[in-house]
Write a protein that binds this ligand. Sequence first.
Ligand code: NDP
Length: 439
Amino acid sequence: AARGARVALAESGALGGTCVNVGCIPKKLYSYAAGYAESFEEAEGYGWHLPSAPQFDWQHLKAQRAKEIDRLNGVYLNLLNGPGVQVLRGHARFAEGDAHAIEVNGERHTARHVIVATGGRPFVPDFPGRDLAVVSDAMFDLDPFPQRLVVVGGGYIACEFASIFKGLGAQVTQLLRRAHVLTGFDEDLRHFIADEMGKNGIDIRCNVQVSSIRRTDNELTVVLDRGQELRADAVLFATGRIPNTEGLGLAEAGIELDERGAIRIDEGYRTSQPGVYALGDVSTRLQLTPVALAEAMVVVDELFPDPRRKGGSPRQPPDYDFVPTAVFTHPNIATCGYTEAQARKRFGDGQITVYATEFKSLRHTLSGRSERTFMKLLVDDATDRVVGLHMVGAEAGEIVQGFAVAMQAGATKAHFDRTIGIHPTSAEEFVTMREPSVG
Ligand code: NDP
């Protein structure tokens, strides 16, 4: 709309999608809330004696969050109203097999270009008592606060909520169907964060599946595949997310899905129907808000070029090999580029030099906390380029964002070595790793 196009946007829920309403934003707010528990503990070591044990008020946090999300919904509406986007409140579907006609609340709207960005939703496997489990959408408003929480899954969402609810005071048990958390992340990082989460009191159990859940009195009984039982107040299934493709009339409109059930797209985000595009979780492999935004700008620039854009060339799709990402566990994880296993496969087994370090940060010398920080760099010997950067530690997301720019620009280990550290920080360790790891 800002480029002069006449645009309508259909939304059946709150504006802002998963990220704003039941994802990134409220999750990060709750992660901050959980962090205070650590800060109160640590403050003692620095001479702050609290007059009494701090009390956590779950209802207050929920109300504060709801107020902030309402405010953001309003901001999004203003962003749309400003350039004159017509907002259609209702569920949209392609009308009668026409890929350029959309029906919302019984009204038909036609457009030359259609973008499908309907996101995804949590996936929960089938088992007896499945309805007694909750998904991440419900975690922000649980009532009452779950004193005993069972988290099923070992991915982003499971690890983040396990950390958050542990910090807020719940007793947390996390169940993994395999041996380790965070499949797809660097192996060393996976082991390191599991140890840290364990030190924080999360009971991580590996190679275990839920057979059933039943309600008994005022609690839930979770039966595991080896017959063991756990008692809980809430059971979160964070077992992946699937694309929202149902009820859109995609098949009738000739829009194909791929083998994962996501909308099939080419490298320009075009679906199998000319003039119809799909962006974000409904089509992509990387379910991350900033990736969806980057993809969207490629399409926007292609359809309605920005006359002010320098260089004239069309915007390139994001570099999917170097997408930085963070997991807001306690401590945080952040990473950019290849894992060690991926790098060895991509650049050759003997072609990768690994630098790794772990240490107790200065903050924890007096805090009394045993938390440690982990950092790892992977260098492609042929070019000296830093192709992987991984961190577990306080503010990892804030730290790795800047390094991601350097990596996008092709920074080499020599560039890292020439960079002066900011002392005393944890981040400076990334530019002072001199000796490769052995083994
Ligand atoms: P993930 O794909 O990250 O993790 C899914 C987890 O569920 C894995 O540990 C998987 O195990 C496990 N799992 C899958 N099926 C089953 C099953 N039948 N029984 C038991 N366990 C199962 O999905 P999430 O739901 O955590 O998150 C979805 C995506 O959302 C993420 O991949 C990420 O892209 C995005 N996200 C990003 C965040 C951020 O940027 N901070 C925060 C939250 C989400 P296994 O590993 O063994 O396959």
